[in-house]
Design a protein around this ligand. Structure first.
Ligand code: ADP
Length: 217
């Protein structure tokens, strides 16, 4: 279990906080809007009404001892930057910041935060990739043009082997595992017989993954 702080509990900050809680962590949520804090107080470990540009408030909440802090202040560039400077002076090592504009991004780069997030652009790219490759329920980029994807087997086929599904692209795709109901099946060979509703996890380049037999999914 890690200890996180999320500064700014708008849609983005609150969604991140609730997910961190669901994953079993402890979360200090901070927002200057008292009404908002009161409505979410039950969902977080600590929900504090505070101005994140006020050093004494951050010290009182012991934000300096958090494993990581997510700054999710929306439109106010000034508040976001001031808060990051305070977190730096409190010696927080892992600072992730939501950025809204290019100047905001440039300043954050100069300040040296761990990660700058552009939620709308990042989601836009993900949605476009999912639209372009609808067979992929879930995917993860692992660099060098390689992806890990999840393909759900939807239709019956006379030969349901992994080899048949991958076809000619098989030499460039690594079948990693199959999830069948709650069972995980590893060490797949080409003759492994798939069943409808199986989730098959594969890795390979997008070009190779696009070639796999569409009649299966
Ligand atoms: P989203 O697009 O994620 O909903 P918002 O801009 O609506 O983003 O949310 C940002 C949150 O940050 C708001 O709830 C706002 O009250 C909070 N906030 C803004 N400035 C400060 C500050 N100085 N200290 C603490 N919270 C702040």
């Amino acid at each position: 279990m890690s200890q996180f702080a999320v500064i700014g509990l708008g849609r983005f900050g609150l969604a991140a906080s609730i997910e961190l809680m669901r994953l079993g962590n402890s979360v200090i949520g901070v927002d200057s809007d008292s009404k908002l804090v009161n409505t979410v107080s039950e969902q977080l470990t600590v929900a504090a009404i505070a101005d994140a540009t006020d050093e004494s408030s951050l010290k009182e909440l012991d934000i300096g001892s958090c494993d990581a802090v997510l700054v999710a202040i929306g439109e106010s560039l000034e508040a976001s930057i001031l808060c990051v400077l305070l977190l730096k002076s409190l010696n927080v090592k892992e600072i992730w910041v939501k950025a809204t504009t290019k100047p905001h991004h440039i300043i954050l780069t100069k300040l040296g935060v761990s990660r700058i997030i552009h939620p709308e652009e990042e989601i836009g790219v993900r949605v476009a990739q999912s639209l372009n490759y609808p067979m992929m329920n879930q995917y993860m980029s692992i660099g060098n043009g390689l992806f890990i994807v999840e393909v759900e087997i939807k239709s019956h086929h006379p030969d349901m082997s992994v080899k048949k599904l991958l076809g000619k692209a098989g030499k460039d795709i690594e079948p990693m595992l199959v999830r069948r109901n709650s069972t995980i099946i590893k060490h797949l060979d080409g003759d492994f017989q798939l069943a409808v509703k199986d989730s098959l996890i594969l890795s390979g380049s997008l070009t190779a993954l696009k070639k796999i037999a569409p009649e299966f999914y």
